[in-house]
Design a protein around this ligand. Structure first.
Ligand SMILES: *[C@@H]1O[C@H](CO)[C@@H](O)[C@H](O)[C@H]1NC(C)=O
Ligand SMILES: *[C@@H]1O[C@H](CO)[C@@H](O)[C@H](O)[C@H]1NC(C)=O
Ligand SMILES: *[C@@H]1O[C@H](CO)[C@@H](O)[C@H](O)[C@H]1NC(C)=O
Ligand SMILES: *[C@@H]1O[C@H](CO)[C@@H](O)[C@H](O)[C@H]1NC(C)=O
Ligand SMILES: *[C@@H]1O[C@H](CO)[C@@H](O)[C@H](O)[C@H]1NC(C)=O
Ligand SMILES: *[C@@H]1O[C@H](CO)[C@@H](O)[C@H](O)[C@H]1NC(C)=O
Ligand SMILES: *[C@@H]1O[C@H](CO)[C@@H](O)[C@H](O)[C@H]1NC(C)=O
Length: 662
């Protein structure tokens, strides 16, 4: 007889959702429908129901650290006039289809009491990207990707309800669409060619990006706010100016330039004179063009200014489409030594990455308290070594925010809280918030078309295979693995061009990633290869090295003067060669896009091998799946017996099918 033995190697079956959650079934239900005539067609998106203390505007405080509110999210698919969506319960298991809330996952845990409740439906758009991925996402429209109540969202009236703690149904109806916020400017952002009005010194540029529109199969725009120096004369093309590119979150049309300027400083900039503080003569303002960029994106309020498999070729859109137009429209010095990248936090990472990936375009970066430059510390998570992003091996929680509360240095918010809070706003990294956009920017695309998350959003379990995809965006890893002349020669090319400043009490532990970066580039290039300033005890915020604005701009101007062709230390053309470019779109999409996701998969395989005493042994493997996919292997056996005899017709008889679990 035939021996049959199945030995399946379960590759990534695991134990994520082992914990069972028993809730007191208090039976609160929310029914949501939509007023007749509101919807143009059926819609897909995320419903958010916000409960605030009675009389408080539910939108007033939805921040993770301070919220006194309860809010609940649920995805809806093809929601149409006449449909009713029911929100009830909520669990760790069904976050894609069921309720997930914050601070409590389940509606059953909403304490009885008087609330003002309001619901929103964040509408998604179905798109097919040029690599074939189909995704449903919110494309922001001049609002900087609001997580809730952005323009275009459906909204109910704010309604007072008493939650009884017993069986109860709350009926809510979407009555209106949130309009564009006139305070945010009538038109900018991702949805049309409109723009803010120009003033004499503040100019607006916006382009339809060819590369982004092609990738997303819809019109995509990027823009810039351009502050011209005193004395600028558009007609005098012989007088040209260096450009400071300030990277930041969504600035909209804010003329305060990343918050550097209040009205007084703008006034001084316009007048060309910085008044003296001691009654002496004033000083002339620096002769620089200051640029902030507008690149709100799916997944976040800005794109991180690089090419990524999940957001698209934003690096190319900004650097190869928008900047050449700025150089054409304004009297810039279109040379790397005269283009500085600077910024803090998100902008710290973006400015550093822009120089590291485009040393052919920019001269130097002055990057303050940047998002993690080295994922040995992603905030305070030792990403390459840890097994869980929320909890250390000894059981203590990993914090995301620390602060100074009444003079006491304290840890405030955990990574787990922030991630659970984000998951309420959106599944599959679609919250429009920080941890999600890091997945989108640093990582690959999953087989589901959304970012391949590096850890399970509910449990915090880290998937090393997904972390591996982040390595090209680990900037010290990128630099040190392209260090020599045999690669991109970045050891020579980037030397003396990276300036970083960070406080040792950064609110988000970002000093940790700077220290890891510094350690790794120093091992190769010596302690001064990158110029890092640690500001003792300083928190997150401020300009580079805590400089005052005018001092900072003169300081940047002096770097440019020194590195000009006639300066003390000209920036040599051999360090601005195009060959040193990195983050090439072709590489990014090949490694992290749809084709890579497909290539990562393999079906289960069975193989029969000769075994003991003429028997066969069947061996199987579960195939290849994306990290984190829960596998449940089942064998299905059927015995087929072929009978042959001289004079007989060959005949195959089959047994029934027997199934079993492994
Ligand atoms: C229906 O389409 C109009 C015109 O494009 C738009 O202003 C409105 O917001 C849409 N309604 C919904 C519910 O999306
Ligand atoms: C809702 O409750 C608050 C607090 O009790 C009250 O001030 C407010 O007038 C109520 N709103 C409505 C519409 O009843
Ligand atoms: C709901 O969340 C809050 C804040 O984390 C917590 O204190 C409370 O115990 C939770 N309630 C239940 C029933 O789990
Ligand atoms: C620049 O030239 C244009 C066209 O010749 C003219 O209309 C404009 O007034 C000039 N601007 C300045 C500031 O001289
Ligand atoms: C757990 O480990 C962390 C990091 O090593 C340490 O800072 C913390 O004090 C430890 N906590 C406990 C309760 O042992
Ligand atoms: C670039 O040129 C300078 C001066 O000519 C030289 O010192 C340096 O080694 C060169 N660097 C590279 C990367 O070729
Ligand atoms: C680092 O940069 C600062 C300016 O921010 C400069 O004063 C200092 O000399 C630089 N250090 C080195 C070692 O180049």
């Amino acid at each position: 007889m035939l021996g049959l033995q199945l030995s399946l190697a379960l590759l990534s079956a695991c134990c994520l959702f082992a914990a069972a959650f028993a809730h007191p079934q208090h039976g609160l239900k929310i029914h949501l429908s939509t007023a007749d005539g509101l919807l143009n067609s059926s819609t897909t998106g995320r419903i958010l129901v916000l409960f605030a203390p009675a009389g408080v505007d539910p939108l007033e405080d939805v921040d993770v650290a301070t919220t006194p509110n309860y809010f609940y999210g649920q995805n809806v698919y093809d929601f149409d006039t006449g449909d009713t969506v029911t929100l009830t319960g909520g669990s760790r298991k069904r976050t894609s289809y069921g309720v997930w809330g914050y601070p409590n996952a389940s509606l059953d845990d909403l304490p009885a009491g008087d609330y003002t409740v309001q619901a929103f439906l964040n509408q998604y758009e179905d798109v097919t990207r040029s690599d074939g991925s189909q995704v449903s996402l919110r494309f922001p429209c001049g609002d900087g990707q609001k997580s809730v109540a952005g323009p275009g969202s459906l909204v109910t009236l704010a309604t007072n309800v008493t939650v009884s703690g017993d069986f109860q149904t709350i009926e809510l109806t979407f009555e209106a669409v949130v309009p564009e916020d006139p305070l945010e400017g009538t038109e900018i952002g991702g949805c049309s060619q409109g723009n803010y009005p120009d003033t004499e010194i503040l100019k607006r540029v916006k382009i339809r990006s060819e590369v982004l529109s092609k990738f997303w199969n819809r019109d995509m725009y990027v823009g810039a706010n351009i502050l011209l120096p005193f004395g600028y004369d558009a007609n005098d093309t012989s007088k040209r100016y260096p450009v400071i590119y300030s990277q930041d979150h969504w600035t909209g049309g804010d003329p305060s330039f990343a918050g550097y300027y209040d009205a007084d400083l703008i006034q001084q900039w316009a007048s060309g004179i910085i008044p003296s503080t001691n009654g002496g003569e004033g000083r002339e303002t620096p002769k620089l063009i200051l640029v902030t960029l507008r690149h709100e994106a799916p997944y976040y309020d800005d794109s991180y200014a690089v090419n990524t498999a999940n957001l698209g070729p934003y690096g190319d859109a900004i650097n190869d489409e928008l900047i050449p137009i700025i150089d054409k429209m304004f009297n810039t010095i279109a040379k790397p030594y005269a283009r500085i990248q600077e910024g803090g936090s998100t902008g710290g990472w973006e400015s550093a990455a822009s120089v590291i990936f485009r040393p052919d375009l920019f001269g130097a970066c002055f990057s303050s308290y940047p998002d993690s430059l080295d994922f040995h510390r992603h905030q305070d998570i030792p990403l390459y070594d840890a097994q869980n992003a929320y909890t250390r091996p000894n059981g203590s929680k990993i914090y995301s925010v620390r602060g100074d509360v009444d003079g006491v240095l304290t840890n405030l918010v955990t990574v787990e809280q922030e991630n659970h809070w984000e998951l309420t706003y959106g599944t599959s990294s679609r919250s429009g918030n920080q941890w999600d956009v890091w997945n989108a920017v640093f990582g690959a695309q999953g087989l589901n078309g959304y970012p391949l998350e590096t850890w399970d959003k509910v449990s915090g379990e880290i998937y090393p295979e997904a972390v591996e995809y982040w390595k090209p965006m680990d900037l010290s890893n990128y630099i040190t693995s392209h260090w020599d002349a045999s690669t991109k020669n970045l050891g020579e090319i980037l030397k003396n061009r990276i300036f970083i400043s960070v406080g040792t009490w950064d609110d988000y532990f970002l000093n940790e990633g700077v220290a890891e970066f510094q350690k790794r580039v120093s091992e190769k290039g010596g302690p001064d290869w990158a110029n890092v300033t640690y500001l003792e005890g300083q928190p997150h915020g401020g300009l580079y090295q805590n400089r005052e604005i005018w001092n900072y701009l003169f300081f940047l101007e002096s770097w440019i003067t020194d590195h000009a062709p006639d300066g003390k230390t000209p920036l040599s053309e051999n360090v601005t060669r195009p060959a040193a470019r990195g983050n090439l779109w072709g590489d990014v999409i090949a490694r992290g896009g749809r084709q890579a996701a497909l290539a990562r998969q393999a079906p289960p395989k069975l193989q029969s091998k000769p075994g003991w005493q003429g028997r066969s042994v069947v061996e199987g493997s579960v195939g290849r799946w994306d990290p984190g996919v829960q596998l449940e292997a089942q064998w299905i056996v059927q015995l087929a017996v072929v009978g042959r005899k001289r004079g007989y017709k060959e005949e195959t008889r089959k047994s029934g099918v027997v199934k079993g679990r492994l």
